[in-house]
Design a protein around this ligand. Structure first.
Ligand SMILES: [Zn+2]
Length: 580
């Protein structure tokens, strides 16, 4: 589902509390084609004058840029472009710097909706377990009696030695309110007695297949594991309306724009409601253009259906590779091969520290091939979630067997997270033209936990090997996996260069530090290339007019300060998209 690991693993949650609102969405995607009506003429409809950072090494800075019909038609000195200016040209002279729009090539709208309004218990907000408890207490105190209070992003792996949230602890904190707290991995929720009662779950309720109600001496502890069991509790939550859902989606995309992002890929479209999700996005974008362009990866995994049946469902809804419009396009096929490393369900060649368990694959070898074939047969770019090094191996073997049979179509298949890799795996990825997209914030937030308690220092050093990926000839990108971490590409890029953990500032394997230019390519041109948007991530003639106005120029400043660069406006397709 969402989180640190299972970000993309919403199997079985189709009948959650958000489902009823989504059932009201249209069935078929109807693109709005906002950008289609404007001809590209020789006269500019927009001119931007200022300190323009092009991301083109041949001429890194420009003084002026002209735009017509959503495309850049001139860039250089003011004199170079002045012949484009006519009576209908609007001129902007922003403060600071003009940067190419940033790209987050893997984030989640749909699974994030499951927890969107919940109170945040992430380590970022609550650095100690005491702070977690205080946050819960304050939220409950602010609620009406008997109102359900929900929390998200509690990650016990970041409070080593401390207990998890249990029914007893939550009963003490919230004696009069049902309470449900999500583990950051999405694999667990923690509930109190009133929440169990609200969902109709008793100590006698059996564990559903694939799910666990943890018990001690026959009494439920409040620790509930995996979607089939979690789903029984979600049914007891208040249901958002369609209006709520529409507002949440716009807020999620607006938060992307506020970090300078102009394009995202939604990395598990259909996870909650199938093609209706895409139809709803088109409907909302038609009502009011989204602040960012959205590329979607159609989710291959629907409980009770074969991948071929899922593929047929997308096709029947008219969702085929690169269908949609300039704001909202269906581009990929998404498969999940393992779990979460910090949740100790990522699939590793060696066991986790202090355990016999090394995680496992979510598929049999033949099942994985079926899921990949279903996407490849229909011509999709395939992106596969692989967290542990054994998962990377598992998927590479399948790709090596299957891809030669599909010819060379430049589909740019991807491994998502690709968190832990061996040297030869990166080389084989290059041979197969399969690119990595790294969840770089894994290192920032969980790097110390991987080193000290989950994997040990040697394996932890093989996390997110951006430098080695470049050395192997790959074009890596960086992503947030929102809501596993916040969308903030410049923070991800900073971490790719510095590799410092948040917990103690220690560098996790200096040999894997990216150069500043490599890290910035991974959030601009490489990420754009991975979402099949070669006209984005760089400002040049013929490219998309997607850019942001920023307080700093990361191409010319110390990476240590990148995360503090502010954005105050963005433009998409040459039109204002967001303003602070
Ligand atoms: Zn994901």
């Amino acid at each position: 589902m969402f989180s640190a690991t299972s970000c993309c693993n919403p199997k079985g949650l189709a009948s959650d509390h958000v489902g009823p609102a989504l059932r009201g969405a249209p069935d078929e995607p109807r693109p709005a084609h906002h950008g289609a009506a404007r001809p590209i003429s020789a006269a500019a409809d927009l001119m931007v004058v200022g300190r323009i950072v092009t991301n083109d090494p041949a001429s890194p800075m420009a003084e002026a840029m002209t735009v017509a019909g959503g495309r850049i038609i001139g860039i250089g000195s003011l004199a170079d472009v002045s012949h484009h200016v006519g009576p209908a040209t609007t001129t902007l002279r922003p403060d600071g710097f003009v940067l190419p729009g940033l790209v987050d090539p893997h984030m989640h709208i749909w699974t994030s909706l499951l927890t969107y309004p919940n109170v945040d218990l992430s380590h970022e907000i609550c650095p100690t377990l005491d702070a977690v408890m205080a946050t819960i207490r304050a939220a409950v105190a602010g609620a009406q009696p008997s109102q359900v209070v929900c929390f998200k992003n509690f990650d016990p792996s970041l409070y080593p030695g401390e207990p998890v949230l249990t029914r007893t602890a939550l009963d003490d904190l919230a004696p009069h309110n049902p309470v449900l707290a999500w583990n950051a991995s999405g694999h667990f929720v923690y509930v109190n007695s009133l929440m169990l009662a609200a969902a109709g779950v008793t100590d006698q309720t059996p564990n559903p297949p694939g799910g666990t109600f943890e018990r001690a001496d026959g009494r439920m502890t409040g620790v509930v594991g995996e979607p089939p069991a979690i789903q029984l509790l979600l049914k007891g939550l208040p249901q958002p309306s369609m209006t709520d859902v529409a507002r949440y989606i716009r807020e999620i995309l607006t938060a992307c724009a506020a970090r300078g992002v102009t394009s995202v890929r939604e990395a598990a479209t259909g996870a909650l409601a199938g093609p209706k999700e895409l139809a709803l996005l088109h409907q909302l974008n038609a009502q009011q253009r989204f602040p960012v362009r959205v590329s979607t990866a159609q989710f291959a995994m629907v409980p009770g259906q074969t991948p071929q049946q899922v593929a047929a469902m997308w096709k029947a809804a008219g969702v085929t590779p690169f269908s949609g419009d300039e704001m909202l396009r269906a581009d990929a096929w998404k498969v999940v091969s393992d779990g979460s490393n910090q949740g100790r369900s990522g699939y590793f060649l060696q066991p986790y520290l202090g355990e016999d368990n090394g995680g496992k694959a979510d598929y049999t070898p033949e099942g994985l091939r079926d899921a990949l074939r279903a996407g490849l047969d229909d011509g999709w770019q395939v992106m596969v979630h692989t967290n542990g090094d054994a998962a990377v191996e598992f998927v590479l073997e399948a790709f090596a067997e299957l891809l030669p049979g599909y010819g060379d179509h430049d589909l740019r298949h991807r491994l998502e997270h690709c968190s832990f890799t061996m040297d030869d795996q990166l080389v084989r990825m290059a041979d197969l033209s399969v690119s990595p997209s790294f969840l770089m914030n894994h290192l920032y937030y969980w790097g110390a936990a991987f080193r000290d308690t989950i994997l040990g220092p040697q394996r932890a050093g093989r996390l997110d090997r951006v430098a080695s990926a470049y050395r192997a000839g790959l074009r890596p990108s960086l992503h947030s996996d929102y809501n596993v971490t916040a969308v903030h590409p410049l923070l991800s890029a900073r971490t790719a260069v510095l590799r410092q953990t948040k917990a103690d500032g220690q560098v996790l394997n200096a040999a894997e530090c990216a150069t500043p230019a490599q890290a910035l390519a991974a959030i601009t041109t490489n990420a754009a290339w991975q979402i099949h948007a070669d006209d984005r991530g760089v400002l040049g003639v013929g490219k998309a007019a997607d850019f942001g106005f920023a307080s700093g120029n990361p191409w010319q400043t110390d990476p240590a300060g990148w995360a503090e660069i502010d954005f105050h406006a963005t433009y998409v397709d040459g039109q204002a998209a967001w303003e602070s």
